[in-house]
Design a protein around this ligand. Structure first.
Ligand code: A2P
Length: 287
């Protein structure tokens, strides 16, 4: 799978392995299965409470000779309650992951009610200068908040936002690209139900691939970075096996138009499933 260039001169593998909700041995086994299957990009976060298991899987893959550290692109995220202590938070994440540096460190949510994302961003700029992260970026940011970060002295390399059929987020994607920011898609499979949508199943049948592969391909052809998650080794491998087919412009348009069916009964298609970035704040429970 190909790499995408980021605005800071680094590159990122376009398909990454998402680890949200993977815990304990499942997180370890799934991450190791992902690296074994060929993923070179792993996405975790302090709040996922699996950095130790992800780190153990990375160490095991390196010791088995499957990869070197330099082959991997590892992302973790600054949790909301830690926005006033980014340096300590990244040190803790690095020690749990067993790494000297991450490839990408992200502010997890803007938390506008908390009013700390600009100072947090300045601290992240220092962490990048110190070599503890190669790139810095954000998740769930909206245009006004992005502009405040840019005015503070650095453009985020990425903005990781909720995107899936039913919630294709074209406006926010355009806002990102107007600022040279790469869009990453979280919950790219809409957490599951869209896999039963009949249009998606029809396209899957037509191209001889699974519904999940069709959706991942839709993200790829939109030039977004896509972070599918699975706890099953076969599905983990299947989700990366998406380089040998293309969706037509018609297929792409049909999938994007599923936004019109969002939240209609029996469509399987949902609109936004996660919190609204303007409303999610530091003390909002994580799950
Ligand atoms: P499982 O872990 O049992 O494979 P998202 O990435 O949008 O959050 O979606 C994750 C959900 O999609 C999980 O419930 C995962 O279940 C399921 N999933 C991931 N890949 C596939 C696949 N290839 N086929 C079917 N379900 C999948």
């Amino acid at each position: 799978m190909s790499d995408i260039s980021l605005n800071d001169g680094t590159t990122i593998p376009q398909v990454g392995f998402g680890t949200w909700q993977l815990k304990g041995d499942v997180a370890y086994e799934s991450t190791l299965a992902a690296i074994t299957a060929g993923y070179r990009h792993i996405d975790t976060a302090a709040i996922y409470a699996n950095e130790e298991e992800v780190g153990r899987a990375i160490a095991e893959a390196i010791s088995q000779g499957i990869v070197t550290r330099e082959d991997l692109f590892i992302t973790t995220k600054l949790w909301n309650a830690d926005q006033t202590r980014a340096a300590e938070a990244l040190d803790l994440s690095l020690s749990k992951l067993g790494l000297d540096y991450v490839d990408l460190y992200l502010i997890h949510w803007p938390c506008p009610g908390y009013g700390q994302y600009v100072p947090a961003w300045k601290a992240m700029m220092e962490l990048k200068d110190a070599g503890k992260t190669r790139s810095i970026g954000v998740c769930n940011f909206y245009p006004e908040a992005l502009d405040e970060l840019i005015a503070a002295g650095a453009t985020p390399a990425v903005n990781q936002i909720e995107i899936h059929p039913g919630f294709s987020q074209d406006e926010m994607r355009e806002e990102n690209s107007a600022r040279t920011i790469t869009t990453q898609a979280w919950s790219p499979l809409g957490q599951g139900t869209v896999l039963e949508n009949k249009e998606i199943l029809r396209i899957a049948d037509e191209v001889g691939k699974t519904a999940a592969q069709v959706i991942i391909r839709w993200h790829i052809q939109r030039d977004d970075v896509v972070l599918p998650r699975s706890s099953n080794a076969e599905r983990i491998a299947q989700n990366l096996d998406v380089a040998d087919f293309k969706l037509s412009n018609d297929h792409m348009a049909i999938i994007t138009a599923l936004d019109d069916l969002a939240d209609q009964e029996e469509s399987g298609v949902t609109g936004r499933v996660g919190p609204h970035p303007h409303e999610f704040n530091r003390d909002t429970p994580a799950e």
